[in-house]
Design a protein. Sequence first.
Lengths: 919, 154
Amino acid sequence: MSEFNRRDFLRITGVGTGAVVFSCYISPELALGQEKQSIGSILHEGISLLNPLKFVYLDPITGNMTIWAHRSEMGQGIKSTLAAVLVDEMEADWSRVTVKQADADAEAFGIAFPYAASLPKELPLDQSEPPIVRGEDAQFADSSRSMAAYFDAFRAFGAGVRMALSMAAARHFNVDLSQIEARQHKVSVKGGGRSVDYGDPRLLFHLNKLNEEKKLPPDTDAILAYRKPPSEWRYIGKQMPFIDAQDMVNGKAVYGADVEVPGGLLRAKMLTAMIVRCPVANGSLKSFNPEEAMKVPGVKHVVAVLPQGVFPGGVGAAFNPHAGVAVIAENTWAAWQGRRALVNNNSVQWDLGPHASYDSAAFRDEMKSSTSQPGKVMRNKGDVDAAFGSAAKTVEAHYHIPHLAQAPMEPPVAISVYDNGTWDIWAPSQGPELLQHYVGVALLEPNVVKQLVWNVEDRGAFTAAQVAAGDWQRQDDFNKTLAQALGVDEKTLLAMRDDLKKRVRSSVRVHVPLLGGGFGRKSKPDYAMEAAFLARQFPGTPIRVQWTREDDIKFSYYNAAAGQYWKAGLGGDGLPTALLWRGAATSFFGTLFPAGPDVFQKARQAFHNGGTDGYLSAIERAHGFEDMPYDVPNIRIENCVAKNHIRTGWMRSVANIYHAFATCSFADEMANAAGRDSKDYLLDLIGKGHRYRQKEFEDQGVKAYDNNLFPVEKRTYLLKGVEKLIIPQYPPDTRRLRAVVERVAQESGWNQKVQQYKGMKGRGLGIAAHRSFLSYVAIVADVSLNDKNELTVNEIWGVIDCGRAVNPDRVAAQMEGGIVYGLSYALLGEITCKNGAVEQNNFDDYPVARMNQVPRMIHTIVQDPPREVADEYDDKVVPPTGVGEPPTPAVAPAIANAIVAAGGPRIREIPFLRQVTVL
Amino acid sequence: MPIFQLHVNGVMRTVDVDGNMPLLWVLRDVLGLKGTKFGCGVAQCGACTVHLDGHAVRSCITDCGVAALAHITTIEGQSPQIQACQQAWIDLGVPQCGFCQPGQIMTASAMLKDIPNPTDEQIDAYMRGNICRCGTYPRIRAAIHQVAGNGSKS
């Protein structure tokens, strides 16, 4: 490693081979360890083809470029989009660029906003700004964060590459840099016709010279000034290439189950495993008899999956797999037949454990009771009780949302081969280094308390803002508790952490194919852990664990079951003077951390402010709960208790699913109670709109608003009296919410249609709007409900404001798909449990939306933020924010509201098929 | 185990497998034709759709022995309708994750062979057996209409 300079955003390696690798990154280890002054970006010496995981590699022979896509591609288009941002700013020729999917590499890919990288050295460390997604989970394609976290950094990085190549050209032609222009893989002297290719050896020679002369990299301010003006963009904000489209339609695209393990004839032939799993969370394997399965032709082995001492998957067992017995065979069909033989002959005996009496129907009632009692107050404004006392009218409602399974089209699958103490794993994973972390720890550190050393952080990892929010205090509390539990001092604790991370990262290599959908399911690496456990039992033999659809439905990490209670006191004008909201939902943190002993609860509280057993984490509370957008003088939001009995995870848009369903349905209930038009009333609830301030949250008791990890207020530092930006603001802003509502009303012809439908029986419009993952979406649904109570969703309009739309066609595609996903769970989605086990099996009893159930017309509109909002940013443009998840949450309430408008029942529970017929 | 001769994408292939092994697994595990996808195993999702003598079938429930009686075409194979669909799918940016699209294209191309100009109702009837969790249905519909050379028809 070389000298680090925190003002440098870009580093360039000129090496003896002539290869050039451009990198820009912050390593968490460096940020946390002894080289903590090094936040910024670094030069990685000696990088060669053997270790090319640093974003961009310029081949010295051909001049072609390779870009490593560090975020997983699961249909959101990020592989193409981030590469196109780089190519655009680099002025590379797309036909000479190859994009490859990167392996897990936690040290390579955490990048700060370029402004953060340009912090002056003299700034105290605790005021500096680590990357939004630090190296730990920089590859975690989750929470719709890829573009928000990486667009600015990639723009600057691409501009830096172009600038470095231009500087080399200036040196070569012996002209000033201002005389050089770069176009399509060539740098030329302006007007003179003299030009060289990016791959020209003379250019590489001068790059090396500049590097030796310490003129590279340029400083960050110079790079930022070198970025293209938007008018010169070729791809950004325009039509972008779609890298895998051709392979996807001709069957050549490689997904998880399609991977061929390299090694050819030298390798043992890959075997396929199918696993019979304990149907109840946390249940364990008592015994099994392999005899019947071994009779099936092609079956080779029948073995237990979990090693001795590993907690079976379930509540509080993080990403451990359920207990299981694997049938390992020559091919998929033989494994499947072998598994059938085990099941049919009752060859496996389970101890079903503590959740064997869980019944989701009873839990539904439990949630209703829970939200009928006061909970923990999470946000309070004014005096709700007093306002209820003087209200002209009160309205109240209970809502219920069931467990939901993500059901990506590609069922989970993973391949692992174990050789000489190391594992290679191929898995369609949304979080390659999260997979590496959890699987590696399970393989190498059996002691569950010692596993927690991974979560130890020191003070240097925290910014002043995080300290103020109490994050460091929670971390310190956990560090001390863990040190005590292990009987070591804190210095030893840090050394143990570093040692564990080093062992894991050197022992487990994670390779990522395309994902056949993710939707949050493939953020959880339990299936890869199964493959790794099995591979260890058969060194040298690649083992593929293939899940069936039944496995996927029965062993998901389900979106939370939730009860939501709302009460409003309406004034004489029909608008609320007071709102009370009590929410209870099974937090996914209850799956990540056991309820006891204490050290696990401390770990939970330190990890993203994860809350306490039975209650929501800061992440879930920021999904439309604490940031409930209605402008009402008295508000109280309470979190009521809900305990986990099956694995809870997250599904596209997560807690927004249950929060938005209640919030947006209740707006309509109030409008109906007031006898008002639903759209006009919603706009009145939102008010004229304002930008939420950090202080406003704090004044209302919201101490640590998560905001998808982004700051509510912009962060700056003073340099010689001049305010410099570190990271811009991402506040909840109801001006933007209001604007998408107004636009969707206009696009759908709301006013005219409402009049038109008044005289018609069984036709109605519904509206809903919600902010999530920093973006704003409004939906209008047009439905028919006939005399037979049969529902048709005729048409849907969706407007999204996601700041700058970097890849407009993929934004539209995510809107279309996210709307279909929302419609699907709204009408059809429900996972139920009896005796602790999931009752559904496949798409016949866990139906999902099909072509004929989806409106033929889904209109999507990508809207720029209001001018007055954009003007509050330094460059007058609102930065890009989430797109994958935001389209989904408002769909269910928009349809529910439309059903009421069509003369149907007020539906307060998902799925709607319980109350209307879905053909 | 019995030996079958399978006529796949114009080539005769000999396989030695359990006669109950569904065609899907013969294609994927034995012949290495991995464009045909496994989504549900019970003919509920359509990801495994192939053509037998030009008709769309779900290969996950089609016994190898039955398939041996017909000409099998997979997404790796060719027909004018398959190629037209592939092009339309690219033109309109249909795929998201792409996993279900080989099956969607195999069903759509079989439909277009029988019904060159399908109405929206006919598209619903044929395509309702193919699930897409990314929700690309509106673009699939548009792509089918593009291949048929007509606009949306009801």
